[in-house]
Design a protein around this ligand. Structure first.
Ligand SMILES: [Zn+2]
Ligand SMILES: [Zn+2]
Length: 112
């Protein structure tokens, strides 16, 4: 029952501002920004502007530290893509101090 609109380009949910063409910020940037663009899954050919999804187009070899070279599926232009991997560490939950089994109430001779 999500009420977030979907990006017409990448299909992702748009949580912030909706840019023209119903695109999310990342896609908007890929389409309008002439300089370097950073995106979580899409790459853009510097020559023709064709965008590809790294994971859907099976360019998995780019999804590693330092990226790699690829060629555009549209115009065949070879270009280099950088990739930065951020690590997220998840530690287990805190171990609760389990009170002793008989730990209910006060010590026997606290109130006498
Ligand atoms: Zn998008
Ligand atoms: Zn191209």
């Amino acid at each position: 029952m999500s009420s977030f609109p979907k990006c017409s380009n990448c299909g992702g949910l748009i949580i912030g501002h909706i840019w023209p063409n119903r695109s999310c910020y990342d896609c908007h940037e890929l389409e309008t920004e002439d300089g370097e663009v950073t995106n979580h899954e899409r790459i853009r050919c510097p020559k023709c502007g064709h965008q590809e999804d790294v994971f859907e187009s099976e360019k998995y070899h780019l999804a590693k530290e330092d990226g790699g070279e690829t060629s555009c599926g549209e115009c065949g232009h070879d270009y280099f893509v950088n990739c930065y991997i951020t690590y997220t560490f998840t530690s287990p939950e805190r171990i609760q101090d389990v009170p002793a089994a008989s730990g209910k109430g006060e010590p026997c001779d606290a109130r006498r």
